[in-house]
Ligand binder design. Structure first.
Ligand code: CUA
Length: 317
């Protein structure tokens, strides 16, 4: 039975307790009703067993009982719903403003982590303790799921989309990352580690590694700039606001645009998902007043490159 405890290791994140409380709240309600139904069922089976007599039960229904067992579960489910929304909205979806952003890309079958300075690591995510970390996640191939038991967090990585989650480690240590979505033959081997270390230690580590690698020594913005020059993006999209064949990138990020989708006019915000879609599937939502002549870059740019280009566009305010 002790293996059950390994499902609930010591909480080492800031809001893990809230998640556990919600879990146990629902669990014990379910347990209570499971036992109630089972015990009553066994009791009735014995009490009303066939004794070889002729008499049959004449109970046709009981309106009072039916109203009671409709209203009570309804109230309980409503309570569970609002409690769930409360935890989700007040903790899980509230990354503090000073969060450090780290990009996560899922691959068959490994984890890629990209730091704000462009440095990437494989399978091991090194983070400072007591600092909120916001993970912006996507997948290079199929759906994966980022699951850290000690932090009580789990969020899917979906190809073609950015999802996010956040946590704050409150204790230094090594914590397992497991992939919690079946993703192929080596799914069970898709294990990573979060190494939470002291802030000073983290900063000196990050400074030492940023000098190392060649392209990854560039910040994502610099890298995005270089890639967009290499791919010729800027022959159609200016970066200084001047008109071109395509919309300018200057001030594009988070700007509200009128686009044509399936022949209909529609308003969209040029956020990460819109920008990504416009790179891999440019004709899905064409900005009004432009022609759909841009080729798709699906397969020509890695998720790494696309993130870098988006970071570059974000920097052009
Ligand atoms: Cu990745 Cu399962």
């Amino acid at each position: 039975m002790l293996w059950i405890l390994s499902l609930f290791p010591k909480i080492t994140s800031s809001y893990g307790k809230e998640v556990d409380n919600l879990f146990w709240f629902i669990f014990f309600i379910a347990l209570f009703f499971f036992l109630l139904v089972q015990i009553l069922m066994i009791y009735f089976v014995i009490k009303y067993r066939n004794r070889g007599e002729e008499e049959v039960s004449k109970v046709e229904g009981n309106t009072f009982l039916e109203i009671v067992w409709t209203i009570i579960p309804t109230i309980i489910l409503i309570v569970i719903f609002f409690y769930g929304v409360y935890v989700f909205d007040n903790f899980q979806r509230r990354p503090p403003a000073n969060s450090m952003e780290i990009k996560v890309i899922g691959h068959q079958w490994w984890w890629e982590f990209q730091y704000p300075n462009g440095y990437t690591t494989r399978d091991t995510l090194i983070i400072p303790v007591n600092k909120p970390i916001k993970l912006i996640m996507t997948s290079q191939d199929v759906i994966h799921s980022f699951f850290v038991r000690h932090f009580r967090i789990k969020e899917d990585l979906v190809p073609g989309r950015y999802t996010w989650t956040w946590f704050k480690a409150v204790e230094p240590g090594m914590y397992d990352i497991q992939c919690a979505e079946y993703c192929g033959s080596r799914h069970s081997k898709m294990i990573g580690y979060i190494k939470a270390i002291d802030t000073k230690e983290f900063e000196s580590w990050l400074a030492s590694v940023s000098k190392e690698a060649d392209l990854s020594s560039l910040s994502p913005v610099e890298r995005g700039k270089r890639i967009s020059q290499l791919k010729g993006c800027n022959s159609c999209h200016s970066v200084d606001g001047s008109p071109g064949v395509g919309p300018t990138w200057k001030g594009l990020y988070n700007h509200e645009m009128v686009v044509i989708e399936g022949g209909k006019e529609k308003k969209v915000i040029a956020d990460e998902n819109y920008l990504r879609e416009s790179i891999v599937n440019p004709n899905a939502k064409i900005v009004k007043g432009y022609q759909g002549i841009m080729p798709s870059y699906q397969g020509q740019l890695s998720e790494d490159d696309i993130l870098a280009i988006i970071e570059y566009i974000k920097s052009l305010k």
